[in-house]
Design a protein around this ligand. Sequence first.
Ligand SMILES: Nc1ncnc2c1ncn2[C@@H]1O[C@H](COP(=O)(O)OP(=O)(O)OP(=O)(O)O)[C@@H](O)[C@H]1O
Ligand SMILES: [Mg+2]
Length: 566
Amino acid sequence: MTKKLHISDDLSLPLDAATQTIAVVARKGAGKTYAASKLVEELLGHGVQTVVMDTVGNWYGLRIAANGKDRGFDIPVLGGLRGDVPLTPESGALIADLVVDTGRSFVIDLSQFSLGARKKFATSFGEQLWKRKKGEAEPSAVHVVLEECQLIIPQFVGRDDARMVGIWEEIVRLGRNYGIGVTMITQRPQSVNKEVLTQTECLLVLQVNGVPERKALKEWIVHQGADVDLLNELPSLPVGTAYLWSPQWLRTFERIRIAKKTTLDASATPKVGERRVKVELKPLDLGELKARMEQVTAAAEQNDPTALHRRIRQLEAELKKPTAVAKPEVKEVPIITESDHRTLRELFEAARADFDKVAAKVESLATVLRELGTQVPRPAPMAAPPRGFTTPTRPARPTVVQVERNGEVSEYGLLLLRTVAARHPMKLTRAQISTLSGRSPRSSAFTGAMAEIIKGGFLAQVGGGLHELTETGLAAAGGPAAPPSSGEVIDQWRNALPGYERLLFDVLVDAYPKALTRPELAERSNKSITSSAFTAAISTLAKNGLAEVASGEVRASADLFLSGAA
Ligand SMILES: Nc1ncnc2c1ncn2[C@@H]1O[C@H](COP(=O)(O)OP(=O)(O)OP(=O)(O)O)[C@@H](O)[C@H]1O
Ligand SMILES: [Mg+2]
């Protein structure tokens, strides 16, 4: 009988999955970790060396049987809250040596590391693993699982990520030649380095409903020359059901139900009111491994330059300290004297009297002017300082109305005229003009340009808040134009919106014409409904005419899909 990895009753993978690259993608809670750990159970069951880089901290479940009591696999857990031995950020290279020297499987729990510590570990572990495996004359298979892999191979490579991303990219791309296979788990395929994701031989995708996520998957599917139609089914997949795509390696495309795990489902979402049983790992007989791990930890601490510097600074500080520190005597000295107080009060009273006099004069002057029929504005209240995000017109935002002239219209004015001309003879509201032109209705540049084209006789206000192009306006715009597609309008706004707003916008556009309740919107965008950022982002979208909020529901603005739009 050939050896197979039974990850599902519907489908088994050949054992050479051990050295393949697999991506497991799904929204939060759809069963990524479950599916990947089913695969790992099968690999371990077939004696394949497997190393899990656990950034989340729930892979210790492999050690315990599904009933929560019996033993699972004898796989040491390094680091984390339940680790058999502690792990230091400096020990990446030493752990890689341990992996290669012993040929054993490990869960490397990075969940308790800071961001910097995790990067440090992942970089040196990856570099050493790569070096060692490349040096093996006949490399044995090792399968590496990267939980939340966008943390290790992000699409956006910051200055201090370059080494980490570089080495892991190489491992994913070329690892097969040296016996290394990789499973990458992510809920955000768009945040995973594209160079790496496209290398994936096999995509296991469970429920996915975000627009950016599906767009990233589409890129992979197109890259593999596969059929993209089934992307539409992804949002409705039940938890634990997946599509397995492997156009080249397995030449398979199948809908499968992931089989039940034999080990503890440690990532199960706690139910409200349910008390979680505290899980402790039974001690594992690490034998000589334990001694090696202790050496590892000690050596790491000794060799860590940061730790050494810290120690030197500590010693220096101790040397400088006087043996008995005298308690400083605190004596209060008044900085402003009694007579200063008096002078200040007198000055203040005098200034206030002057101010009252001037204010009274201004008010009586205003009354006289009003009686004469002159429009005098009420004094404006102090504008509140702007809070948070201002206006999303980043790509080509003019700070002032453009002065470059085209006939008698400014460039900004012309843009608005062309926007209206593209829908001519439709009459548009101010909000619609702003939405369709991709400009914020609240910016002073927009207000200025609207005033300019109305005053200049290019745009007429025709009642009901609607505007229509005049003959002159139509001529200045160069006649009726082909309207941009709603896709173009939407893309223009997407590019202008900051990340958070963009995410909600995508979800709303995707759901259109359906309105979403706030909980639905929060869930689909993976955001917390109670956070102030969530409320603020909805209000920003509404203020910019991109979303309509009514009776507790939010919907993408119909203006984005105005007629003529494709
Ligand atoms: N194939 C399955 N069979 C039975 N239950 C499943 C299956 N897949 C997932 N579940 C249930 O759903 C829960 C969530 O799954 P899992 O932890 O794998 O989700 P996830 O996609 O990794 O989520 P997160 O993004 O939060 O890490 C599991 O703990 C399990 O209880
Ligand atoms: Mg998970």
